[in-house]
Design a protein around this ligand. Structure first.
Ligand code: GDP
Ligand code: MG
Length: 174
């Protein structure tokens, strides 16, 4: 079918749910509600079927049950790896997730769209991860890169555009 499945990964509290809710519903909340696992759908355009459903899975983060994590990966077409620019630790937690992606996807990994996202760019005074660090890591990992703020709605649509533009097998757009 025409579904295009995207899964979000990253440490708890980096803003995965906030990014997804900002994109899907246009809302933002300052309160933190830990996620179990939620899926959202959004209609996008595709050269193959005119319409396509973008299915977004918001995972609980890096401490999700490994079996559940691997299932989201095997079903997913594209991935968003989120850290917070206010936490160097949250960036370090993405390394094992990328390794797991490579392991589950095997040889296909080179064709799998992945975007590295540094969220909370509005928190300038609490920044621990420089923009350049994100750029360099994305270059090394061969992924897209964008810094976002779910709070001030910066680069949220751009994040999804970047991800869709990395898909080689079909032409997808918002
Ligand atoms: P998740 O665990 O990765 O899903 O993180 P959440 O989306 O639940 O967000 C965790 C906390 O960070 C919440 O209190 C959010 O309001 C806050 N938050 C999320 N995105 C941003 C952002 O872009 N800027 C700021 N300042 N706070 C954010
Ligand atoms: Mg969440």
């Amino acid at each position: 079918n025409g579904d295009y499945r995207v899964a979000f990964f990253g440490a708890g509290g980096v803003g995965k749910s906030s990014i997804v809710l900002r994109f899907v519903k246009g809302t933002f909340s300052d309160s933190y509600v830990p996620t179990i696992e939620d899926t959202y759908q959004q209609v996008i355009s595709s050269n193959q079927k005119n319409v396509c459903t973008l299915e977004i899975t918001d995972t609980t983060g890096s401490h999700q049950f490994p079996a559940m994590q691997r299932l989201s990966v095997s079903k997913g077409h594209a991935f968003v790896l989120v850290y917070s620019v206010t936490s160097r630790q949250s960036l370090e937690e993405l390394g094992p997730i990328l390794l797991m992606l490579k392991e589950v996807k095997g040889n296909e990994i080179a064709d799998v769209p992945i975007v590295l996202v540094g969220n909370k760019k509005d928190e300038a005074s609490r920044r621990e991860v420089p923009y350049e660090t994100g750029v360099k890591l994305a270059d090394r990992w061969n992924t897209g890169f964008v810094e976002t703020s779910a709070k001030s709605n910066e680069n949220i649509a751009e994040l999804f555009q970047t991800l869709l533009s990395l898909e080689k097998k079909r032409q997808l757009a918002l």
